[in-house]
Design a protein around this ligand. Structure first.
Ligand SMILES: Nc1ncnc2c1ncn2[C@@H]1O[C@H](COP(=O)(O)OP(=O)(O)O)[C@@H](O)[C@H]1O
Ligand SMILES: [Mg+2]
Length: 460
């Protein structure tokens, strides 16, 4: 038995010549260097650094489209700031408790020269004051997308502030909001620190639950005695501040920073760094990176898409037991990613809309690549009745077609036939056979094998 198991892994191992370290391409991975974000990192760091001197940094708003590195830059800064603060903290603590007086002076000196506080302070007022002056910095990261109420955000912030015993944690629901507010204030103050809250995807929260939470958080310093709070808001929507109350707007947007989309060259540098860590150098063709970068640059300069493409390409090459990752696999990966996206969108469509799309695709694979609204309505009616559903009227079908158009699954265009009038030409943007097969295997299994009548002759 033992022999058999080890043989199996020997065989599986044959595929493993490409990946040196898979983790590097995962979303959770935070690389040590972030090419082409040096300026943004410096800008934010120069605002946050005041926290190490015991001052409250201005609130900051960071904007940018998806995949421009907002989250990863924030996490890197958080980590660096937290580490720096802890290091300074331990220096202050050490000097406070250290019995060996020869080291005592040095430690305090070192800690406070970084803190840029005049050294005489220490000598004149003693270590006790040094300890009081030095407030630790505590960073909290909240992804607002997963939180839909003010209550949840407040309790999350409070609960993450310190690793608390179970009985000290605020319940995720059930308390009156005023009570939560008081308890949060208490926790903030008892931590005696500078609290920097990174609120990622902050725009999502506001759409869901309004801006009360931001009003509360941007005013909270007025109520705190020993701690202070700064907020770093991160938004995909550039017009986010327009949705807010003017008082919140001026406080939250005290500093603003925009992350521009990456161009192809920048994406190439980003991918090159990651690829060096992720793959064996001899396992990847030289043109793979540029190819992935070029494709992602066309799609809004999204680094996430570029990394996804590289990861999926490598997985396909590996599954193929190929010793090398070549552009062929990138092309396959591109198709796979697009197909996965489309399948996902189609899966979430309402049944009637699915049938409208199905009708257009049946016409497509029957050779009628461009069709008309009239033909779609007829084919749809045929299939809807086969499914024993209410057959919707022309106007409703046109509405559903507009929905499909908005999702990018089909394309509709009005063309004029001169004095013969105008007609709407409909064309599917997605592969017919795969989607039809998916639908046959799911909710439209009843329609398997039923071909539409197709006697259409209009040409375009
Ligand atoms: N400059 C960069 N260098 C290295 N990796 C990057 C860089 N910018 C973005 N990434 C990577 O691209 C992906 C998307 O970045 P992310 O920070 O999540 O974007 P956003 O939050 O703006 O949508 C992540 O995997 C991230 O690690
Ligand atoms: Mg993000």
């Amino acid at each position: 038995m033992g022999k058999l198991a080890s043989d199996i892994f020997d065989i599986l191992d044959l595929g493993g010549r490409i990946f040196k370290n898979r983790e590097v391409l995962r979303y959770s991975y935070i690389p040590d260097t972030l090419p082409h974000r040096e300026r943004e990192i410096m800008n934010i760091a120069s605002i946050l650094i005041t926290s190490l001197e015991g001052h409250t940094p201005s609130n900051i708003m960071i904007y940018g489209m998806t995949g421009t590195g907002k989250t990863v830059v924030s996490k890197l800064l958080m980590k660096a700031l937290q580490e720096k603060s802890e290091m300074m903290d331990s220096k202050v603590q050490k000097s406070f408790f250290n019995v060996d007086s020869t080291f005592l002076g040095d430690d305090i000196a070192a800690a406070f020269s970084t803190l840029s506080i005049v050294l005489d302070f220490d000598e004149i007022y003693g270590n006790e004051l040094a300890r009081i002056l030095h407030k630790p910095v505590k960073c909290i990261y909240i992804n607002c997308q997963q939180m839909d109420t003010q209550y949840r955000v407040m309790t999350q912030i409070a609960n993450r502030l310190a690793p608390l015993k179970e009985e000290d944690r605020l319940p995720v629901s059930g308390l009156p909001i005023d009570e939560v507010h008081c308890r949060v204030l208490e926790k903030f103050d008892s931590s005696n620190s500078l609290i920097i809250i990174f609120m990622d995807e902050i725009d999502r929260l506001i759409y869901k639950s309004g801006d009360d939470i931001l009003y509360t958080l941007t005013r909270i310093n007025e109520e705190l005695q020993k701690s202070k709070v700064s907020i770093i808001g991160i938004s995909n929507n550039l017009r986010f501040l327009d949705y807010l109350d003017s008082r919140v707007r001026s406080s939250l947007g005290a500093e603003e920073l925009i992350f521009d989309p990456y161009n192809a060259n920048q994406l190439r540098d980003i991918l090159t760094h990651r690829a060096e860590e992720a793959f064996y150098s001899e396992a990847i063709d030289h043109d793979v990176i540029s190819y992935c970068a070029a494709i992602a640059a066309q799609e809004n300069g999204d680094a996430r898409k570029a990394l996804d493409l590289l990861r999926v390409s490598a997985e396909l090459a590996e599954r193929d037991h190929s010793p090398r990752l070549s552009v062929i696999y990138v092309k396959q990966a591109q198709k796979k990613i697009e197909m996965d996206r489309v399948t996902q969108v189609v899966r979430t469509l309402p049944l009637q809309t699915k049938i409208v799309l199905y009708s257009i695709l049946q016409q497509k694979i029957g050779g009628r690549i461009k069709t008309t609204t009239k033909e779609v309505v007829e084919t749809y009616s045929f299939y809807a009745s086969k499914m024993d559903l209410t057959v919707l009227g022309r106007r409703q079908v046109v509405n559903l077609m507009n929905e499909l158009d908005k999702l990018g699954l089909i394309q509709t265009k009005v063309i004029s036939f001169g004095r013969h009038g105008r007609t709407t030409v409909v064309e599917a943007n997605v592969p017919g056979t795969e989607i039809i097969n998916n639908l046959h295997n799911g909710i439209l299994s009843k329609l398997k094998g039923i071909k539409p009548r197709m006697l259409y002759t209009t040409t375009f």
